[in-house]
Design a protein around this ligand. Sequence first.
Ligand code: MG
Length: 458
Amino acid sequence: MPSDASKSRGLAQAHMVRLKQSHILGMAGLVSEARCQNDLSDFEKGILRAIGRDMDYYARVPPQLLEKLQKATTEARVVWREARRKSDFQMFKGHLESIVDLKRQEAEKLGYAGHPYNAILDRFEEGSTTDDVDKVFSALVPELKRILTRVLSDGKFLSRPPLEDAEYEENDMRCVNQEILALMEMPKGTFRMDVSTHPFATHIAIKDVRVTTRYEGIGFKESMYSLIHECGHALYELQIDPAFEYTPLARIISLGVDESQSRFWENFIGRSREFIRLVYPILDKHLQLVQGCSFDDLYIYLNTVKPSLIRVEADELTYNFHIVLRYELEKRLIAGDLSVSEVPALWADMMEKYVGVRPRSDAQGALQDGQWSGGMFGFFGYSLGNIIAGMIYDKIRKEMDFEQLVGKGAFQTIKDWLKENIHKWGNTYSAKELQRRIFNETYNPTHLVNYLEQKYLR
Ligand code: MG
């Protein structure tokens, strides 16, 4: 979108959000009437829960604040892009300060028990608190450190795999991606793939779900895994019960549950030996650079573990450190314990502490992600997604011969499991309630740790 028009877009968006607010608050009578009924089905309770959450939000946050947030984030988005390109945090600093200030006001209006960040956290992961997330991370981080230290001292991934620097033709990679879509049996009539700067999945309707990937001409795995990742999001939305269409249940529950679906396909399936055996002949057919490369070389390249600066390029072992860092910063910004001008330096220090590498520029550090410019403070959701994906992996392997199914490309059985347990419910239950129903526990990082240990150390 034209960068000079961000002010006008901000104004239009601000007006839209006020219309949404008055529309939702206009349903207050219906909602309180429905809340008095005691013979509601799970479907009806779900709708009431979803609308009720929106209603509570819009009842607490005044229209002036909503408007300011919309304007500030729409403008900041454009400035962030330019600041990132020039690697100049100073350019973006004032905008981030305004956004943090508005988010702090939002937290105050929403109200919270304990830490102010809880008010914001609840918007992304219903009913979760900083105590919950702190507990999960303090169990996860030392285990990841332990596994990472051993993997690095092992030396297997340290050398730069030759495939990493090999260049590919965009058209060849398009053919690979088309075949991967066929392998995953992505439905042709309700789904499509396009190209964008940052890969994403989007949901227009239950029967209209779209994904993008990108072609950078080097490092082909990024294009392939972005696609598989986004297909994981797409399958979730495609398999929601069609009866929920046009209700607030026809959507994902939370960032964590949504990300569990994409990470499950990208990593637990996509980076497994069995899956890589299936894509090996496809890559061999279309990409010259893979021809003559052994299966083991390919497997190592696709699973390389290497401390690096950029979150979206991080391997599955170091990825969560990138999230813990952002979560710590967000928590302190919202609490008012940290000023925006301190962010770049603290970012660099924490990157060194957790990942062992230090950014040399703002673009490699605090400017790399766009979420904050959009007012989205909720990075922890990505790690919760990895943790839930680990829980799915553990559960599914107890119920079926998962490796054999992946090896045969029998993905329908796996899709059916995901549909029955997760997808078809849409937004009927909260993320915690859904986990209790499937696993009898919530956000347990042990299964993710077991999976990583098995994969990288044994
Ligand atoms: Mg994602």
